[in-house]
Design a protein around this ligand. Structure first.
Ligand SMILES: [Zn+2]
Length: 152
């Protein structure tokens, strides 16, 4: 199977989130067997007044609702930023096969930092994790967004 990156789509969603005044994080759920995009989203925590409306949660919810199942075995998730502990736990619950992410998140990440959710004995399902994909583009977007928020 040919390897295709879906990070460009995740980045598009992150840019659209920034344009809405949301933290620029984007996520894409892909079925690697067919190459089809199952769901794509950017953060909507402000718009929805919902602290759980992270890009990853939104795509998991959409795909689970469409399938009528709380599990998505065999699907791959692409995210522009290292998932937080909440999203990492949801990724484990959803039985996602592979997690690809861009920027590392020392402040709020939960995969390689902080709680390291997938290394925890309570993680009953652990996806294959591929960090650092298009990391420069993913972190530049976040840096620019937060620089723009700074007064002066
Ligand atoms: Zn999250």
């Amino acid at each position: 199977m040919r390897f295709t990156s879906y990070m460009d789509i995740a980045l598009e969603e992150a840019r659209a989130a920034a344009a809405r005044g949301e933290t620029p994080v984007g996520a894409v759920l892909v079925d690697p067997a067919t190459g089809s995009v199952i769901a794509r989203a950017g953060n909507r925590t402000r718009e929805l007044s919902d602290p759980t409306a992270h890009a990853e949660i939104l795509v998991l919810r959409e795909a689970c609702a469409a399938r009528g199942s709380e599990r998505l075995p065999g699907l791959d998730l692409w995210v522009t930023l290292e998932p937080c502990p909440m999203c990492a736990a949801a990724i484990s619950f959803a039985r996602i096969a592979r997690l690809y992410y861009g920027a590392h998140d020392p402040k709020s990440g939960g995969v390689e930092q902080g709680p390291r959710v997938f290394s925890h004995p309570q993680a009953h399902h652990v996806p294959d994790v591929y960090p650092g994909l298009e990391e420069a583009a993913c972190s530049a977007l976040l840096r620019e967004f937060f620089a723009g928020l700074r007064p002066g």
